[in-house]
Design a protein around this ligand. Sequence first.
Ligand SMILES: NC(=O)c1ccc[n+]([C@@H]2O[C@H](COP(=O)([O-])OP(=O)(O)OC[C@H]3O[C@@H](n4cnc5c(N)ncnc54)[C@H](O)[C@@H]3O)[C@@H](O)[C@H]2O)c1
Ligand SMILES: [Zn+2]
Length: 274
Amino acid sequence: MEKIEKNKEIIKGSCKIEKLIEIIIGSSIEKLKEIIQESSSIVFFGGAGVSTESGIPDFRSENGLYNAVRDYGYPPEELLSYSFFMSHTEVFYDYYKTNLIYQKAQPNKAHKALAKLEALGKLKAVVTQNIDGLHQSAGSKNVLELHGSVLHNHCMDCGKAYDLDYIMDAANCTGSIPKCQSCGGVVKPNVVLYEEALDETVIHKATKTIGLADTLIVGGTSLVVYPAAGLINYYHGKNLILINKSSTQYDHLANLVINEPIAEVLGQALEIAT
Ligand SMILES: NC(=O)c1ccc[n+]([C@@H]2O[C@H](COP(=O)([O-])OP(=O)(O)OC[C@H]3O[C@@H](n4cnc5c(N)ncnc54)[C@H](O)[C@@H]3O)[C@@H](O)[C@H]2O)c1
Ligand SMILES: [Zn+2]
């Protein structure tokens, strides 16, 4: 009997905590809404966490790293490096096609909320480290893809362009390696691999728009991949908002930190139903 009463107390206590968490999240979203209302030049800067709610895993969750090392014997940073691509092209493509390509993934509420914010004239650009093309699928127009896109590929010998369907079709591949239809060269994704430089034009546009923004919303990024993470240093606006499940090295600089799933947060703030 005593035990039942004790359990009841514990349940009551945890209900109170849940309620309290709900209130805290609610007030953060209200604050986010207020900031959006008063801003006229917002830039969003995001990473892999933006697409996890679309079913695409990020890298730095324990599972991601664990799987790569267990299944392939190398961490993702090595598997996705330029030298690895050149020396172990077959293993690269095995890993890449199995772990980075999600052809059925659909934009989630975060992608949709950002597209809505742009359509309202408030958001000037999405700067993303993601390579999945989901911002464009959701309707965003000004998307600066720092690390390129899996949707675009080219022959390393003659430069001919190929789409994702082409490289995923086994009929166009020797083993897992896609080959050029015209010259037989190896087809490479237009994705910036580790050891490769970022596109100067994209970086220039990103630093410029971030520098002009009055509000910067940073979300779903661990902010550890450089030079992309360093872009935050170009921001001199009024409001810095961080929406990330875990804490980052920039939290102390932010006006508002929300440690909750970003699709839920942005979805609620912009009233996205599904
Ligand atoms: N979808 C993609 O295109 C994709 C997927 C995996 C990796 N990558 C590449 O890997 C690199 C990884 O760096 P990164 O910083 O973008 O990712 P990361 O994996 O280093 O970090 C993701 C961050 O997002 C947070 N997160 C995960 N799900 C979240 C959610 N639902 N809501 C809020 N936060 C969430 C995590 O706590 C983590 O801090 C990038 O360069 C990117 O190009 C891209
Ligand atoms: Zn070719």
